[in-house]
Design a binder for this molecule. Structure first.
Ligand SMILES: Nc1nc2c(c(=O)[nH]1)N[C@H]1C(S)=C(S)[C@@H](COP(=O)(O)O)O[C@H]1N2
Ligand SMILES: [Mo]
Length: 416
């Protein structure tokens, strides 16, 4: 295991020993852990060198590894061992958390930019670097909660983490090269490397991410792990994972979104064509013919919040319970209120926001509650300054491929 100098979420309120004494994993949860270990499937550390064996293997080819709430709550910054992995396409030889040292790796920058240019990782490393802490989340996170269940990897809560990226901002890069955008550039379209026979992976973002996007060379203070996109990855803080292209080979300024399969029909939710309605509810179970015009890509992350203490099925000793967790959004407007309910949503009380990790990171919150002995259910919802919040029933945004779940989380636990 890696060395972890990071402050755990636990240390904010109580030390780990006190916490362990106050809580106990129930027999049911222990039973589940036992079952997982008995399965024949390879473990996460066998699929990707350096990963924590406690990650769930959703697929070993391409690699899809899910983290767990237990692992996520133990760290303020998710370590490379505990961070989820989502490959649509594996890059041969890159399934390790070790760095991929390839100073001569080239990123081609072209399209509607003058002049087009090529830049190596070595040159990128010599340009001024920018650092940002941001949430990385698969847009399929929470997919299992949709009903009927969409196809795709059955993520529950663990397709998420928070990491610190460091690299060259796109603005800095263009300035350093004296390159100017041409008229009509409305999207940034990226291609991953196809070395070793990997299939192409092509994604687009609207050009507004120019202000915040980085060519990341490092994660959590170390050279970018190969499995997380090393040696160079495009990171657009505040967006879902899908367009944060790993193993970046080409970056183009384009007039239109990529017509590639990963842009359409995949990774989209329905919208009203030509009208500024962010999402159109589709009838659960119905089919939808996704086009670039009648839907939008999974871009900005939906506002969302998780309860990390207690976890489902835990027993907490003592009637004073500090419910704790995280909240985040796309970073475009600050989160202003985080509320919890212990009566099924009839009434809500505000949690204390203890701080955040910058506008693209997690907000940490705590709600001190006085509870009677017995069974309880706690719910949480976050709201930002422009009023964006979470639906009580996440299924209202049911969509065929199960993207962008942000329904209010409910946790049942016991107080003794
Ligand atoms: N080159 C490439 N980049 C990629 C992908 C991929 O399959 N290939 N998957 C995307 C998806 S869907 C997600 S959720 C994130 C996952 O990032 P991680 O594997 O570093 O956790 O990477 C994105 N970038
Ligand atoms: Mo994803």
């Amino acid at each position: 295991m890696e060395k972890q100098g990071k402050e755990s979420l636990l240390s904010a309120g109580m030390d780990r020993r006190t916490f362990l004494k106050k809580t106990a994993v129930t027999g049911a949860a222990m039973g589940l852990m036992g079952m997982g270990m008995a399965q024949q499937q390879p473990t996460a550390d066998q699929v990707v060198r350096g990963k924590n064996a406690a990650l769930k293997v959703l697929s070993s080819r391409p690699v899809v590894l899910e983290s767990t709430l237990e692992l996520l709550r133990a760290e303020r910054i998710t370590s490379k061992a505990n961070l989820f992995v989502r490959n649509n396409i594996d890059l041969p030889g890159f399934n390790t958390t070790e760095a991929m040292m390839q100073p001569s790796w080239v990123v081609e920058v072209g399209g509607l930019v003058d002049p087009p240019f090529r830049i190596t990782v070595e040159e990128l490393a010599r340009l001024p670097q920018t650092e940002v802490t941001s949430v990385l989340q698969c847009s399929g996170n929470g997919r299992s909660f949709f009903n009927p269940r969409p196809s795709g990897n059955p993520w529950t809560y663990g397709g998420i983490g928070q990491v610190t990226w460091r690299g060259v901002s796109l603005k800095t890069l263009l300035e350093a090269k004296g390159a100017k955008l041409k008229e009509g550039a409305r999207f940034i379209t990226m291609n991953a490397s196809t070395q070793g026979g990997a299939q192409p992976y092509e994604k687009s973002y609207p050009i507004f991410v120019l202000d915040t996007a980085l060519l990341a060379l490092s994660m959590n203070g170390e050279p970018l792990p190969a499995v997380h996109g090393g040696p160079v990855r495009l990171v657009a803080p505040g967006t879902f994972g899908t367009a944060n292209v790993k193993w970046l080979a080409k970056l183009e300024f384009t007039a239109n979104e990529s017509p590639g399969n990963e842009q359409v029909p995949r990774y989209r939710v329905a919208t009203v064509p030509g009208w500024n309605i962010p999402i159109l509810p589709t009838q659960p179970g119905s089919r939808y013919n996704y086009t670039l015009e009648n839907s939008r890509s999974n871009w900005g992350a939906n506002i969302n919040s998780f309860i990390l203490f207690p976890l489902e099925g835990q027993t907490v000793q003592g009637r004073r319970v500090e419910v704790r967790g995280i909240a985040w959004n796309d970073g475009l407007s600050p989160i202003e209120s985080i509320e919890v309910s212990t009566n099924g949503g009839t009434s809500w009380r505000r949690a204390l926001i203890e701080g955040n990790s910058g506008r693209f990171g997690w907000y940490f919150w705590v709600a001190p509650l006085l509870l009677s002995a017995g069974e309880h259910q706690v719910m949480v919802r976050a709201t930002d300054a422009v009023g964006r919040t979470q639906p009580l029933d996440g299924n209202v945004w049911w969509n065929e491929r199960g993207y962008e779940w942000n329904g209010v989380m409910r946790v049942k636990f016991k107080v003794t």
